[in-house]
Write a protein that binds this ligand. Structure first.
Ligand code: C2E
Ligand code: MG
Ligand code: MG
Ligand code: MG
Length: 279
């Protein structure tokens, strides 16, 4: 009896694993097609100076306009793109597109920085330094206007190689920031060793600083530490004004979140952010 049920359990899992594998493969080949057919699109989310309230930057966030499924979230396809290596050409596309958009907005008189997310594989595979240099040259964007967002998982994977790459990227004149700060292996040592310019406090801490005393303490500590190390600090996941008040009170430099704007198309960013009320 037990053997019977064990066998059917196995069959159930085997079938499900199979279905997962098929879905994974479909996604994988879909992503290849998407890159060829230009189904990816960048959305932009404003970053605001807490001192003056001005929009001083944008973060580029990739979206997939799937022909049947509509807009697909990066949480679903970035891991698959990383597994298959497609993140490297996809990341190159993001860099070029983001730099081009930033240069266009600057030419229109808007002094904005552009933040671009990098994945670990872009550091290990491909020629990231060249991709960044080419994106800057093609667009004419000044290097200091480009900010590359790294995660803590990148910083710990292969110290020497990563340190070397961050140095070379820093030498190009681009800014480096640590995304989702506080959620990974937060070794304080690498903040000094790598030429990092900015910390992005993870939204899981920021979201409820006005009601959660632990998250308030963590956020406050990160702001203080960043400033002691002469780093800028930005809070992500700002949804309510109570959080803004907390951040201002504790001297946080910048904020990003649904309160100021959700990620949106370039066209909408121009209409509602650059020419709109909060600019
Ligand atoms: P991330 O870089 O930490 O980006 C912030 C995410 O939080 C975005 O999700 C954004 O829409 C969301 N967000 C911003 N403000 C708020 C808020 O106030 N409340 C809440 N609940 N959420 C907020 P998104 O666009 O779905 O991106 C998810 C992740 O996918 C990004 O996290 C990033 O790690 C990755 N990603 C996005 N675009 C790219 C890309 O071009 N390359 C790579 N390698 N990764 C990317
Ligand atoms: Mg990011
Ligand atoms: Mg620097
Ligand atoms: Mg983040």
């Amino acid at each position: 009896h037990a053997k019977e049920s064990g066998r059917s359990t196995y069959r159930f899992f085997a079938a499900r694993m199979n279905a997962d594998a098929v879905a994974h493969l479909a996604l994988r080949s879909g992503l290849h097609r998407a890159l060829e057919r230009g189904e990816f699109q960048l959305y932009f989310q404003p970053q605001v100076s807490l001192a003056g309230g001005a929009v001083v930057g944008a973060e580029a966030l990739i979206r997939w306009n799937h022909p049947e499924r509509g807009l697909v979230s990066p949480a679903e396809f970035i891991p698959v793109a990383e597994d298959s290596g497609l993140i490297v050409p996809m990341g190159d596309w993001v860099l070029r597109q983001a730099c081009r958009q930033a240069a266009l907005w600057q030419a229109g008189g808007h002094a904005l920085t552009m933040a671009v997310n990098l994945s670990a594989l872009q550091f290990r595979r491909g020629d990231l330094e060249r991709a960044v240099r080419e994106a800057l040259e093609e667009s004419g964007l000044a290097p200091h206007s480009l900010e590359l967002e790294l995660t803590e998982s990148i910083m710990i994977q292969d110290h020497e190689a990563v340190m070397d790459m961050t140095r070379r990227l820093g030498a190009l004149g681009v800014q480096l920031s640590i995304d989702d700060f506080g959620t990974g292996y937060s070794s304080m040592a690498y903040l000094k060793r790598f030429a990092v310019d900015k910390l992005k406090i993870d939204q899981s801490f920021v979201r409820d600083v006005h009601t959660d005393t632990d998250n308030a303490a963590i956020t406050q500590a990160i702001i203080q530490m960043a400033h002691s190390l002469k780093l800028e600090v930005i809070a992500e996941g700002v949804e309510v004004t109570e959080v803004v008040e907390f951040l201002r009170h504790h001297g946080c430099d910048l904020a990003q979140g649904f309160l100021y704007g959700r990620p949106m198309t370039a066209q909408r960013f121009e209409k509602t952010v650059l020419d709109g009320p909060i600019s």
